[in-house]
Design a binder for this molecule. Structure first.
Ligand code: GUN
Length: 285
């Protein structure tokens, strides 16, 4: 292996200290940041994510509340719960864990979260703000990806950046964040012809598709920065979308899975929750 492994755990831990300090400051001023996590159904991966979000809240001094609904909950029931949370003064951030059970219109659910409490940054108002260069809540995983890239010291400006995946959660927002940093951005996806060739152009390669081993060593430009957003459970262990051993032999920096992007997503959620609380404080002072 020649690439340096980017230690997401330690970068996240450093940021968490700052977030916790800011949460403490707000609490002392009478506003304890509060996050509600809405979990519908019993998807085991979602359960794991929600648990780690709750633990992070505890470490940061953020009040957290889990609202659990059965997989049979209707669209109207879920939206009624969100509506109540929208109106509570002690809840500054609302996160609806995705994916929703089959039959639920996710867009309608996301749109129901008030933009000022949308700590996921998925509401069209917040995505619109991001695209129009006045961001408020930046989606957590993409924000974490940007910190990891910046931690390498490799400049984004003018570089060929290839994002594999076009999801709302990862691909699309990451692409706009890279563009804001003056990268030359290509968005590739499952229908892209010659994916290997497109990836090989990348000085900075971000992969978030959800397919183990999608990106192999021969798809990496020598010296590239590789950010693997994939979290796939294979034979009871967690692997990314990139073949780590092969890619690490060619790249200059690479994120491991686990221990790369994952911890950053959580701390960025904490950061957005504190930001949401800070914004309400501004309104009241
Ligand atoms: N499911 C997987 N990642 C995420 C995320 O960042 N936010 C939400 N709400 N659900 C997710």
């Amino acid at each position: 292996m020649s690439a340096k492994s980017i230690d997401g755990r330690s970068i996240a831990a450093e940021l968490e200290k700052k977030v916790a300090a800011e949460a403490a400051e707000l609490s002392a001023a009478g506003i304890t940041p509060g996050l509600a996590v809405v979990l519908v159904g019993d998807d085991p991966a979602s359960r794991v994510y929600v648990n780690s979000k709750k633990k992070a809240c505890l470490r940061c001094g953020i009040y957290s509340e889990e609202v659990k609904l059965p997989a049979t909950a209707t669209q109207a029931e879920i939206m009624a719960v969100i509506d109540q949370l929208n109106q509570r003064n002690d809840i500054h951030g609302i996160l609806v864990q995705l994916p929703m059970p089959a039959g639920i219109d996710e867009h309608q659910i996301i749109n129901c979260v008030h933009p000022s409490k949308d700590v996921d940054g998925f509401h069209p108002v917040n995505l619109g703000r991001l695209i129009s260069d006045e961001p408020m809540f930046i989606p957590c995983t993409p924000a974490g990806v940007m910190d990891l890239i910046k931690s390498t010291g490799v400049e984004i400006k003018g570089k060929e950046c290839v994002v594999v995946g076009r999801s709302l959660i990862v691909g699309k927002p990451v692409s706009f964040l890279l563009l804001r940093e003056h990268g030359t951005v290509t968005i590739a996806h499952s229908r892209t012809a010659n994916l290997a060739e497109v990836c090989r152009r990348a000085d900075i390669l971000v992969v978030g598709v959800g397919r183990p081993n999608l990106v192999t060593g021969n798809m990496i430009k020598p010296g590239a920065v590789v950010i693997d957003v994939g979290t796939n459970r294979v034979n009871n262990s967690l692997v990314g979308d990139v073949n780590f051993e092969e890619a690490a032999a060619v790249a200059s920096y690479i994120t491991p899975v686990p221990g790369g992007v994952g911890p950053m997503t959580i701390v960025k959620l904490m950061e957005n929750t504190v930001l949401a609380a800070r914004l309400t404080k501004k309104q009241h002072s």
